[in-house]
Structure formats: structure tokens, C-alpha cells
Design a protein around this ligand. Structure first.
Ligand SMILES: Nc1ncnc2c1ncn2[C@@H]1O[C@H](COP(=O)(O)OP(=O)(O)OP(=O)(O)O)[C@@H](O)[C@H]1O
Ligand SMILES: [Mg+2]
Length: 325
């Protein structure tokens, strides 16, 4: 099994699928991207951080299979992450959710560490996975902040509508705040265009606006400076909307429909990007080790010359003088 991330001793890729706007494709993307990455042989954990529990329902996870949920994980100090895991398919585990998660914000209000509970608890099981996808609720509240504290990167599912860009500023601002406080490595890695209808002129305009916005950010010190509008876009495809009612991923429900193809290729491209980034991080780490070793050798204290050696370096004449005196 290709296992670049953990084989190289790295933490898993933790990705928050985040957009405070509702119904843009976060859950559909978490489920189907996760399933495609798992099919490609990577070990995936999906975290359902939405009280609507749509991800849990989409995967057809039975009530009986669920022992503990994201609510227990966040609120009960004695509930470890390992107790919440449910296996949905080969290479695909889930930390499920239930409606009681809605109470978590109030229940955790007085906890000073409330933004970092998920990341702290998840650390105990991170070795089990190559990729973690967190399905965020449509809000920028405490649940989303917990996702951002665990994540290394944010992918933003988005529909190319007139209002789509409206909430983007607030989203980016939230990521910036979390980066300044609890998670200095957090970055916005990509926009995933969902339910996309590329022939419409509105969609074309919105995509052009997005591209130029992120292009302008390339030279700035902001967490979205490397953000790409990812390709392929996920086309509007009715099979993707039907699959949740059968409790199936698109790869079980209609493996060769347009939606399945889009998510499969998107997963492949992301894996390639992640592998390339891991490789270059390894190269950099190796190079800096080499530089460190070299500089240690260079700066190693020279052997202090003995008086004898000092004499002989001054030449035979001086040596004779030394002997004479
Ligand atoms: N590419 C697509 N083609 C057709 N329907 C889609 C597509 N992607 C998502 N849908 C449908 O659109 C609706 C909203 O999608 P989804 O639940 O993934 O959005 P969400 O952002 O998670 O919503 P929420 O903010 O409520 O959590 C669902 O009914 C889903 O089945
Ligand atoms: Mg959702």
C-alpha cells in the first residue's frame, strides 16, 4: 500500500472542508473525495463535525455501529478518539456525528482549551491514517474552529454563484485568525467548484474573479497565497444527489457517472500534489541536515597547536633560536 505520509514519518494530511455557506457540496465532497482517496490505497479518516450528521448518513452508517460520536469526543474528557471510529469501507474510517453535537458549543463554553480538543484527541490515532478529511458545519463557530486547529490545510467547496464570493472574505479572515493563534501552519490550499455548470456566463465570471483574486494574493504573506482553483471541477450530476439516499458513496452507487469520474480525478491530482509536497519537504529536511552537519564540521574547534608545533611552523631558524634561549 502506498503510504508516503506515514512511511516518511509525517503526520497525516488533515484537510478541513470548510464553507460557512450551506449546501455548497462540503459533505458530498468529503464523502466522495475520501472514498476515492481510500480506493487509491491511502488510509483515510473522515470526521463528521456537523450536527446535521449528513456525512454519517451519506455513508449509511447504522445507529448500532455507532458507539461514540464527535459530541462524546469533544465533550467527554474520558472519550478517546479510538473509541469513536467506525469502519465504512477498506481504508475508510469515520468518526460519526449525531444531532446532539449541536449542544457542544454551549457545553464547552467555559473550557479554555475548547478550540483544540479535536486536535489534541486526534493526535492519539493520527498514525493510523494518511489523510484526514473533516466535514465542517455551515458556520464559523466552535466546531469549525476545532476543525481548523487540527487541519494543515483548508479546501473550500464552492458553487460559482453571484453570492459565492460574498462569504469568502469572512472565511479567509477566520483562517487567518486561527493561523495567528492556535495553528501557525494552517493554509488555504484550494477551491473545489461543486455542482458546476461551466457553460453559464455567470460561472465563467465567478471563476475568473476567483482566479484573479488568488493571483493577486501570490506575493502577500497570507494563508491563501498558494490557493488554487482546483481542476477538474465537479459537474452538477444527479447521481451525486441520489447516492446519499442509498447510504452509498458515488463509487458504490454509480461508479462510472460523471460525478464519480470528477471526484476520482480530483483525488488523483490531490494525491500527486501531496506526494510532491511531501517529497520536497523531505528533500529540504535532508538538505538542512546536510548543511547542519557540514557547518558543525566547519565550526568544530580546531585542535589547539602544541607549543612544539608552533615552534616548527616558525621555521628551522626560529626553532634554532628557541632552543638556544
Ligand atoms: N455535483 C453535484 N451535483 C448534483 N447535486 C449535488 C452535487 N454536489 C452536491 N449535490 C447535492 O447538493 C446538496 C448539498 O450538498 P452537500 O450536502 O454536500 O452540501 P453541504 O455544503 O455539505 O451542505 P451543508 O452546508 O448543509 O452541510 C445535496 O443534496 C447534495 O446531494
Ligand atoms: Mg454538509
Amino acid at each position: 500500500m502506498p503510504d508516503t505520509a506515514s512511511a516518511a514519518g509525517h503526520r497525516p494530511r488533515a484537510v478541513a472542508l470548510m464553507n460557512q455557506k450551506g449546501g455548497v457540496g462540503k459533505t458530498t465532497t468529503a464523502v466522495n473525495l475520501g472514498a476515492a482517496i481510500a480506493e487509491a490505497g491511502r488510509r483515510v479518516c473522515l470526521v463528521d463535525l456537523d450536527p446535521q450528521a449528513h456525512l454519517t448518513l451519506h455513508l449509511g452508517i447504522d445507529h448500532e455501529q455507532i458507539k461514540h460520536t464527535t459530541y462524546d469526543l469533544l465533550v467527554d474528557p474520558d472519550c478517546p478518539a479510538a473509541h469513536c471510529l467506525v469502519t465504512a469501507a477498506a481504508n475508510l474510517d469515520v468518526i460519526p456525528s449525531e444531532v446532539d453535537l449541536a449542544a457542544a458549543e454551549t457545553d464547552l463554553a467555559s473550557r479554555p482549551d475548547r478550540q483544540q480538543i479535536l486536535s489534541r484527541k486526534f493526535a492519539a490515532i493520527e498514525d493510523l491514517y494518511d489523510v484526514v478529511l473533516i466535514d465542517c458545519p455551515p458556520s464559523l463557530g466552535l466546531l469549525t474552529l476545532n476543525a481548523l486547529a487540527l487541519a494543515g490545510e483548508v479546501l473550500v467547496p464552492l458553487q460559482a454563484h453571484f453570492l459565492a464570493l460574498q462569504g469568502l472574505g469572512k472565511l479567509l479572515e477566520t483562517v487567518g485568525l486561527i493561523r495567528q493563534s492556535v495553528n501557525p501552519n494552517l493554509r488555504v490550499a484550494g477551491i473545489i467548484l461543486c455542482m458546476h455548470e461551466k457553460q453559464t456566463s455567470l460561472a465563467k465570471e465567478v471563476v475568473a474573479d476567483l482566479e484573479s483574486f488568488f493571483q493577486a494574493a501570490r506575493s502577500q504573506d497570507v494563508p491563501w497565497r498558494d490557493c488554487q482553483v482546483l481542476r477538474p471541477v465537479v459537474r452538477r450530476n444527479i447521481k451525486l444527489a441520489e447516492a446519499p439516499s442509498f447510504g452509498q458513496t458515488i463509487f458504490d452507487y454509480a461508479p462510472w457517472c460523471a460525478g464519480a469520474n470528477d471526484y476520482r480525478i480530483l483525488a488523483q491530482r490531490l494525491i500527486e500534489t501531496w506526494d510532491a509536497q511531501t517529497e520536497s519537504a523531505c528533500d529540504k529536511a535532508q538538505a538542512s541536515t546536510t548543511i547542519e552537519v557540514t557547518s558543525q564540521l566547519v565550526s568544530r574547534p580546531r585542535k589547539v597547536p602544541t607549543p612544539q608545533a608552533r615552534v616548527s611552523r616558525r621555521g628551522p631558524k626560529a626553532a634554532r633560536y628557541d632552543r638556544a634561549t
